[in-house]
Design a protein around this ligand. Structure first.
Ligand code: ADP
Ligand code: MG
Length: 605
């Protein structure tokens, strides 16, 4: 059975050549990660290792699995026994007794199911909780390079969708499949025991059902994938259109966009219809197979009954009817579980892949905590490249005495941010030395260094929460008054207090709700409160308007006072007072001196 070819619409995937507009106006979708992987014993074992801390629960659960596998076939057996015994013999009390036994067993079965399902859920949650914690903790240890290389979306899907697929694997797939297989095995044994000939008929149908099932899953999952891809094209296009609405309207692209979007939506619904077509063919076929079996059972069973003494095997035929259902039912289930198992494998592969990725570097085992420092910073012939063979710093040497303010200027891409990244030990230099108070930065524990360092970047970051909480990040034990004082010493107390709720103003994700300049003030106050010995401002004043900047010039002077500061800035007003200005170009310091030396003489930078 083949599905008709899809009508002649463009296929999903990268836009064909000659569609530059579509390419430009619409989100290009990065290649999706594979969502199925073959079963692997190693991965399964590693996943199950997360149930080890909860071994008691897991073992109770396994006991329930065994019980469940026996109970259902046993129920069918009871019916057969009651029909063959009391029903045939006309033993009315016996019928009631049999019915009571059946009801009792059924109740027991239901209770078992309750605990089987509940404990599987608990076990899965516990295991996955531990796994998520482990992945998150691992992520926190990764170095900057990793976050630069890896798309945020991918990192997030490790902890969300991948772990979710694994949760389904632990919680459902494993135990449901075990029950299914157990139930099939017990039903098979009972059938073979009571009537091997009928059982042989049953067995004949198994391969047919299995092949149908696997083929159906294969097609459905391919179709599913197409649907998912087209859907993510829709959502990301939607997101881009909403975010870029000003551009769209500004360039009068509404109609064109609407047309392209309509195409995406039409594609999507076409793929959905495609899936419905696959289901429409296979689901009835699968059902027909079970019906076919009943027909076969009736013929074979009826023939046997007629051939022997009447009624002799009626109990068997009825029992077979139930047992065969218990035997066939799981085949469809197993097909589904197999599918989900492969999704869990793909998730597990990536999650464990991440867990197995070591940080690019870790603190030297001999690294020590940094004692309170004076704040002398020295770079000696430092060379550095983010990617091999593409040098970014080609031998930088500089010295900042304690309390000095060093300004870094120069064209973008010259390496200014890279220099401060190395001073902050976000990256390690490939050659040369970075020294803090004469100690090699490699022999200083990163966290102890960061405790004495304050950093404010251009792309400042506020967490969602109140302004008070965001400032206090700089020194968690600070009192409200100390926070206020920090703001006051920067002369921006009134600016913060004039916000709708003052310090209690809640900022959204990434600080939405505040202007860029206001956010920057919060970050300055955060650095002020932390009271670091070394301060780094990387284009931190670029997003502050000239009026506010003029106002906080004095405040910045307070912030710099007594601290070694590195300031990357474009506005000359910010760096006028620097003890030394370094002009960075193409990974080298090409000129250095005081403001007067560098600019006043000829006026060029
Ligand atoms: P500046 O701050 O002076 O504008 P940067 O130090 O940010 O310059 O960048 C210097 C060079 O290093 C640039 O060519 C930039 O493209 C490159 N670069 C910066 N960050 C990375 C990174 N994480 N990975 C690879 N290359 C980078
Ligand atoms: Mg920069």
């Amino acid at each position: 059975m083949t599905t008709a070819p899809l009508p002649d619409r463009p296929r999903p995937g990268p836009a064909p050549e000659g569609e530059p507009l579509r390419k430009m106006m619409f989100a290009t979708i990065e290649r999706m990660e594979h969502d199925r992987a073959p079963l692997s014993l190693g991965l399964i074992r590693r996943m199950m290792a997360y149930t080890r801390p909860h071994a008691r629960l897991r073992n109770k659960l396994l006991a329930m699995v065994v019980l469940r596998s026996i109970q259902l076939p046993l129920l069918a057996g009871t019916i057969g026994a009651v029909i063959d015994g009391p029903v045939r013999g006309g033993d009315v009390p016996g019928i009631f007794l049999g019915a009571a036994a059946f009801a009792g067993l059924a109740l027991f079965t239901i209770i078992t199911l309750h605990f089987r399902a509940r404990w599987a859920l608990m076990l899965g949650e516990l295991a996955i909780r531990d796994l998520r914690e482990a992945v998150f903790a691992h992520l926190q240890r990764m170095t900057m390079g990793f976050f630069h290389r890896t798309k945020a979306g991918r990192i997030i899907s490790r902890i969300t969708s991948d772990v979710e697929a694994m949760r389904v694997g632990v919680q459902d797939v494993l135990f449901v499949s075990l029950v299914n297989l157990g139930q099939m095995a017990v039903a098979a044994v009972l059938m073979a025991y009571y009537d091997w000939m009928l059982f042989a008929v049953v067995l004949l149908l198994v391969p047919v059902l299995w092949v149908l099932n696997v083929e159906f899953r294969r097609r459905a999952s391919r179709q599913h994938r197409t649907i998912q891809e087209s859907f993510s094209r829709i959502t990301s296009t939607l997101a881009e259109s909403v975010n870029g609405i000003r551009v769209t309207q500004g360039f009068v692209r509404e109609d064109v966009n609407a047309g392209l979007f309509a195409e995406l939506v039409a594609d999507h619904s076409r793929y959905n219809v495609g899936l419905a077509r696959v289901q429409g063919v296979f689901l009835p076929l699968l059902e027909f197979n079970s019906q076919l079996f009943i027909a076969v059972l009736l013929v074979v069973g009826g023939w046997q009954i007629l051939r022997d003494q009447p009624l002799v095997d009626l109990g068997n035929v009825v029992m077979f009817f139930f047992l065969a259902n218990l035997f066939f039912g799981p085949i469809g289930q197993l097909g589904l579980q197999y599918d989900r198992a492969m999704a869990a494998m793909a998730g597990a592969e990536r999650v464990f892949g991440l867990l197995d990725t070591p940080p690019d570097w870790t603190d030297d085992p001999q690294a020590e905590d940094l004692p309170a420092i004076a704040g002398r910073v020295e770079l000696r012939d430092v060379r550095f490249a983010y990617t091999p063979n593409r040098p970014v710093l080609r031998g930088v040497t500089l010295t900042a005495e304690p309390g000095q303010m060093i300004a870094l200027v120069g064209q973008s891409g010259g390496g200014k941010s890279t220099i401060v990244n190395l001073i902050a030990k976000f990256y390690l230099a490939q050659a040369g030395q970075v020294l803090i108070d004469g100690r090699d930065i490699r022999l200083i524990r990163s966290d102890s260094l960061h405790r004495q360092m304050g950093i404010v970047l251009q792309q400042n970051f506020l967490f969602s929460g109140t302004i008070m909480e965001n400032i206090r990040l700089g020194r968690p034990e600070a009192t409200d008054d100390e926070v206020r004082q920090a703001a006051a010493s920067l002369d921006c107390l009134d600016l913060i207090e004039s916000l709708s709720d003052g310090f209690a103003t809640v900022v959204g994700e990434r600080g939405s709700g505040l202007s860029l300049g206001q956010r920057q003030l919060v970050c300055f106050t955060r650095a002020m409160l932390a009271d670091p010995r070394i301060l780094i401002l990387d284009e931190a004043t670029s997003s502050i308007d000239a009026v506010t900047e003029a106002r906080i010039q004095k405040a910045l002077a307070t912030l710099f006072a007594g601290r070694t500061s590195f300031v990357v800035a474009h506005r000359l007003s910010t760096i006028r007072k620097a003890d030394s200005i370094l002009v960075v170009d193409d990974g080298r310091i090409v000129r250095q001196g005081r403001y007067e030396d560098l600019f006043a003489s000829n006026g060029t930078a």
